[in-house]
Design a protein around this ligand. Structure first.
Ligand code: SF4
Ligand code: MG
Length: 336
């Protein structure tokens, strides 16, 4: 399978008063052409920072990003800002949770779709406008011919999110990064938006990185899942394996804390008690130990590496898997 993205030992540190926040601590993963990879975890686990660093959107300073991000074989971290401008929007598109803060309120939706088409594809204004109307139609916006001339505030929340997808996909990027794209929307609209994204993925062959804390959405759309905790990947694998055979207590905790379709009436949802560690001074051993019901003596001083576990491409970083697994590397493991 063609790999379009390969992330190795990604680390993002933020200098703050009182120290350095280690927001991302040695993350490895890859994305194949045309697949959807979900990155899940609680807020503050480093999933958004990871996503933003793929497009070099993490402000530096204060951030220092190291490691390697290879996109279509080329290193992203050493590109100039100018080269990045060419990649953003054209090769990589991004959609965010809140379209109101990322859409430009002073430009019509049509103009915002046209911008990339004119800049990256050299379309004339009239050709770009025609394409903008087509994109609005593709994302399911009714009356696209008149909607194209409207401003973001004239759109409902769900419509704005569709508009943002239209902008992100107008230039047919190879990779779409969607950071909590449906979190602010109600459930029905959420499902519609995810369907729009899936349809467009099939049509254009786009790879999608979906950042979310919503495991229901993940089960529906993702091919593979990466679970992050305290700035690291703690489990990764095919969606089916992650849901049916989770190998990390944190993943199990996430699954137990969300309602399932086959949930029995008297079966309670179990929250994960406690809070993630302070990433200014992350613990030496397993970062989940303070919240883990299965913690053992080995867990406190020793950080478990990400190792292969049962299932194809299934990996977990937990001492419980130690005897079943062979360490891929002592340095925190291979690509997820
Ligand atoms: Fe729990 Fe230990 Fe596994 Fe960490 S390594 S998740 S503390 S059992
Ligand atoms: Mg976030």
């Amino acid at each position: 399978m063609e790999r379009i993205l390969e992330v190795k030992d990604l680390r993002v540190n933020f200098k703050v008063r009182g120290g350095t926040v280690q927001a991302v601590r040695g993350v490895n993963f890859h994305v194949n052409k045309g697949e959807t990879v979900a990155i899940v975890g609680e807020s503050g686990c480093g999933k958004s920072v990871t996503a933003q660093s793929l497009m070099r959107l993490v402000p530096s300073p204060p951030a220092v990003t190291t490691g390697s991000i290879k996109f279509k074989g080329e290193e992203i971290l050493t590109k100039s800002l100018r080269q990045m401008e060419n990649i953003r929007g054209k090769e990589m598109g991004m959609i965010f949770q809140d379209p109101m803060t990322s859409l430009n309120p002073t430009l019509t939706i049509g103009k915002q779709i046209m911008e990339g088409l004119v800049k990256h594809q050299g379309l004339s204004a009239s050709a770009a406008k025609q394409r903008a109307v087509e994109m609005l139609k593709l994302v399911g916006i009714p009356n696209p011919e008149s909607r194209v001339n409207q401003y973001p505030h004239e759109f409902s929340g769900g419509m704005r999110q569709r508009g943002m997808i239209a902008i992100a996909l107008a230039c047919n990027p190879s990779l779409l990064i969607a950071d909590e794209p449906t979190t602010a929307l109600d459930v029905t609209v959420q499902a519609q938006i995810m369907n729009v994204m899936k349809d467009l993925q099939v049509k254009f062959g786009t790879s999608i990185i979906l950042i979310t804390h919503d495991l229901g959405v993940v089960a529906d759309v993702a091919d593979r899942v990466i679970v992050m905790y305290a700035g690291k990947v703690v489990e990764s694998g095919k969606t089916r394996d992650i849901f049916k055979n989770p190998k990390h207590p944190y993943t199990r905790g996430l699954l137990e804390s969300v309602p399932r379709l086959d949930q029995k009436k008297d079966e309670p949802l179990i929250p994960i008690y406690g809070t993630p560690p302070d990433l200014i001074k992350p613990p030496a051993g397993c970062a989940f130990a303070a919240r883990c019901k299965e913690a053992m003596r080995v867990c406190l001083p020793n950080d478990p590496a990400l190792v292969s576990v049962e299932g194809e491409d299934h990996r977990a970083a937990c001492w419980l898997n130690h005897e079943l697994a062979h360490p891929i590397s002592s340095e925190g493991g291979e690509s997820a």
